[in-house]
Design a protein. Structure first.
Length: 320
């Protein structure tokens, strides 16, 4: 059992050991300037059975690399940078297509090494999306084992959570606590995200490539089970207007012309907080805090970064 500097048991290791009999999940994500929220996002998904985060950094300028150092040292995060001149990247591609190029290259790599790395599922998610089981007694990994272990993949139903009235970034608190109101009617466009089984019952249908994070390349040959809305859930957090303005201004590159939008208009088009959401993420808040508090106590002060807007030590301590 791993111990901290003060002799306490490492809760990250405790969580991992208690769930060792359940399938392990890897998240593949492309990130840019999400450093402020990565600690909570990683801790939350660690509790869900995610054991590896393959994160492609597309030019972050907010101290993301420094914030992730403690997870890289623990072999929790596999940190990579986006190289737009790489052979598998088409010239002048926008952020969305580059994202899929990297996801598919990583999916192929992980699938080929599945026996070596011990991973079972690949979740395609962004840093503003939190995935979990709707059954309060199950983690995401346990729900996958109970309901989908022989499936090729599953669709995770995505729920939109609005700003909950926050114009500016909240000074304290976790995302899963600060944003608790959701839309009554959710978007019909791409309402689901994929989670892919690396060890399906029918090996010939194993997924090795996807055109985007919502569908398979060849749905006639391999289809995801379509009743996952009853078991699996993903909350997508719009967060505050300040967050959204920063995201739109920094996330998309000049080549992403079709995604050039008016942040204010688009925010209010998407901002829905019709009903108080009683979904699972809030109940993990205490456990998320426990994991992050341990890192705060055992990591060097500068591992949380000092640049403005990052989830630094002072902010983390206020949240805890």
């Amino acid at each position: 059992m791993a111990n901290g500097s003060d002799g306490d048991m490492d809760p990250w290791q405790v969580v991992a050991e208690r769930s060792v009999q359940h399938p392990s999940i890897v998240i593949i994500a492309l990130i840019r300037n999400e450093g402020r929220y990565l600690d909570e996002w990683i801790a939350f998904h660690w509790l869900q059975g995610v054991r590896k985060f393959v994160l492609f950094d597309d030019g972050s300028e907010d101290g993301t690399r420094e914030i992730l150092d403690k997870y890289i040292q623990r072999d929790i995060v596999d940190y990579r940078t986006v190289d737009r001149s790489a052979p598998h990247i088409t010239k002048d591609k926008g952020h969305i297509r580059i994202k899929m190029d990297y996801i598919n290259a990583s999916l192929k790599e992980i699938s080929a090494a599945r026996d070596e790395n011990g991973l079972h599922w690949v979740l395609l998610a962004d840093a503003d999306e939190f995935s979990y089981a709707k059954d309060p007694n199950l983690t995401l990994a346990q729900a996958l084992e109970a309901h989908y272990k022989d499936e090729i993949c599953a669709n995770i139903f995505r729920k939109d959570l609005g700003s909950s009235g926050h114009i500016l970034q909240p000074k304290s608190g976790l995302v899963i606590e600060n944003y608790v109101y959701s839309a009554r009617h959710h978007r019909t466009a791409a309402p689901r995200k994929l989670i892919i089984n690396l060890r399906p019952h029918n090996e010939s249908l194993k997924v090795t490539r996807v055109p985007d994070t919502h569908q398979l390349l060849n749905p006639k040959r391999a289809q995801c089970i379509d009743n996952s809305e009853n078991q699996l859930q993903m909350n997508q957090y719009l967060r505050s207007l300040e967050d959204y303005d920063i995201k739109v201004k920094t996330f998309y590159m000049p080549s992403d012309q079709k995604y050039k939008i008016d942040p204010l208009k688009h925010f209010w088009d998407r901002n829905r907080h019709d009903i108080l959401d009683d979904s699972a993420p809030q109940r993990y808040a205490c456990h998320v805090r426990l994991l992050l508090l341990y890192l705060l106590k055992s990591s060097p002060a500068d591992s949380y970064g000092q640049s403005s807007g990052t989830f630094d030590g002072d902010r983390l301590e206020a949240n805890l």
